[in-house]
Design a protein. Structure first.
Length: 250
């Protein structure tokens, strides 16, 4: 009876030890273990992804604030401008707006163009319609370009971050293969650390890329709506300076 108990305990001992080894191996797959054991390539990949993420969130927050402010004030500025009958008061209202407010800057550029054309003999070689149209096109193009600030960064991060993470993944798998070759075995405790690094880098690359892609698409849609308002306002301004009245107004 005693001999049977000894044999049972002896058989159970390796199983318990194996369970303990597996638990320790799984701990090597954590983020803290990866930080402690990363080499130069791993650090370069991780820091690159961190910079990408910080830049993406910065442009996301700033563009969200800017687009929200422009969209919220657009109708108010346009309607107030057209409701003011006195040209001097209308210009004063536009000049009182913030320097980064696009609708007031577009209107001011058209007013400046019309005034310059009337008082400049060389500019009078062009009709007022052509002169104002040129100024409006330049103003709309400039303000549209300002609206796209940061979109190149978001598009670049969305397209490249998964591949940067994939580089970390490949590097982690490479370390796992080296471990297998050095130890002569493919046990979990031998490859857990490198495999954990590979999985974390993959997840981190996706974590950086997905918000950037979502933000890029959202801002593209928001910008298209604002560009449409730019064009409508510019056409109304052009008609006003070309004909002396706003077309379609009562």
């Amino acid at each position: 009876m005693l001999q049977d108990l000894i044999l049972t305990a002896t058989a159970a001992a390796p199983a318990a030890g194996g369970s303990s080894n597996n638990a320790e191996a799984l701990q090597q797959m954590g983020f803290s273990h990866m930080i402690q054991n990363m080499d130069l390539v791993g650090w370069v990949v991780l820091i690159t992804l961190i910079i990408m993420s910080i830049g993406s969130w910065w442009y996301t927050v700033m563009n969200a604030i800017n687009n929200g402010r422009i969209a919220a004030n657009a109708d108010r500025i346009v309607e107030t401008f057209w409701s003011i009958k006195n040209p001097r008061e209308a210009r004063q209202f536009l000049e009182e707006q913030k320097s980064n407010e696009p609708f007031s800057k577009i209107a001011l550029d058209s007013i400046e163009a019309a005034s310059h054309q009337e008082g400049n003999a060389l500019a009078q070689s062009l009709s007022k319609s052509e002169f104002v149209d040129r100024a409006l096109r330049q103003a709309v193009t400039r303000e549209s370009a300002n609206m796209e600030n940061g979109l190149t960064w978001l598009a670049t991060v969305g397209a490249t971050a998964p591949f940067v993470g994939l580089l970390g993944t490949v590097w982690g798998i490479y370390h796992a293969l080296i471990r297998i070759g050095a130890t002569g075995q493919a046990s979990i405790d031998a490859v857990a650390g490198p495999v954990g690094e590979a999985l974390i880098m993959t997840a981190f690359g996706l974590f950086v890329a997905i918000p950037a892609v979502v933000a890029y698409n959202a801002f593209n849609r928001s910008n298209r709506n604002i560009y449409s308002k730019f064009d409508t306002f510019a056409h109304d301004l052009h008609d006003f300076f070309a004909t002396g009245s706003r077309v379609g107004s009562k």
